[in-house]
Design a binder for this molecule. Sequence first.
Ligand SMILES: NC(=O)c1ccc[n+]([C@@H]2O[C@H](COP(=O)([O-])OP(=O)(O)OC[C@H]3O[C@@H](n4cnc5c(N)ncnc54)[C@H](OP(=O)(O)O)[C@@H]3O)[C@@H](O)[C@H]2O)c1
Length: 267
Amino acid sequence: MNITNQKIIAITGASSGIGKAMAVCFSRQGHRVYGLSRSSVESDFTSMSVDITNAEAVKNAIASIVEKESKIDVLINNAGMGMVGAVEDTKAEEIQKLFNLNLVGAVQVMSAVLPFMREQRSGKIINISSIGSEMGLPFRGFYSASKAALDKVTEAVRYEVRPWNVQICALHLGDVKTDIAQNRVRSEVSAPYREVFNKVYALMNSHVDSGDSPEAVARYVERLLSKPEWRSHYYFGKFGQKIGVPLKWLLPQKIYEKLMRKYNHID
Ligand SMILES: NC(=O)c1ccc[n+]([C@@H]2O[C@H](COP(=O)([O-])OP(=O)(O)OC[C@H]3O[C@@H](n4cnc5c(N)ncnc54)[C@H](OP(=O)(O)O)[C@@H]3O)[C@@H](O)[C@H]2O)c1
């Protein structure tokens, strides 16, 4: 992409981490970028204060972008949060809060841009998912499930919007060095799980600390946006994390689960 092909790009969760890196990267390339997050930030792009779990606020924000720019080319549905804890201990309200953001919020933004993209008969939407949506991660079961739910919606909506030339994909990320660990919802862990949880928790935080940079994700997304035809799923991350996806189907389950336990320091 370059300035000769200026795009109107909306990015959710642009106040920090991956969303901010993408927003800065694309606006510096000359694109017109709108970042939607609850907190607005001073930066090279236009920051809009929007809670994506509020359908009305999302609709108004997207409509105001289109009113100003007369179109919207790209949505990067990036806002999301993590959650850790044992499945048994997790409360219904915690699960609802997570799904309300990672699934319902993301779908609301998609639904707000689709009427405009259908009308203009073009548009691209990237739903930011996780490599962890492809497997039930220990002590992150509901995070895996929330992203897996978004993946399935992504697969379904691709069929529905194809007649209008709107392309949609899920981008599964491995660990990226952001504030995601600090921003995670952490449910109370009961005594029977505590010792193993503490080991797994320390390990998952160290993986984030040694993860790829948000700028590297932005560069990957830049290349993705320049592709004319999209597959439904793309994977970005370290080889050791990406390989877990095919191994789940290729290896006998006993061996795969043993590897997962070893990788997660559970054994
Ligand atoms: N970092 C990783 O290792 C990793 C790996 C796989 C997938 N991902 C995914 O990548 C995406 C970005 O994560 P990140 O690592 O950049 O985390 P982050 O630094 O915690 O950023 C999360 C962003 O989401 C926004 N957000 C949260 N709740 C919101 C709401 N209700 N309405 C609007 N915006 C909201 C936050 O802004 P405000 O608080 O200002 O609203 C923030 O800008 C997430 O979907 C995450 O699941 C991350």
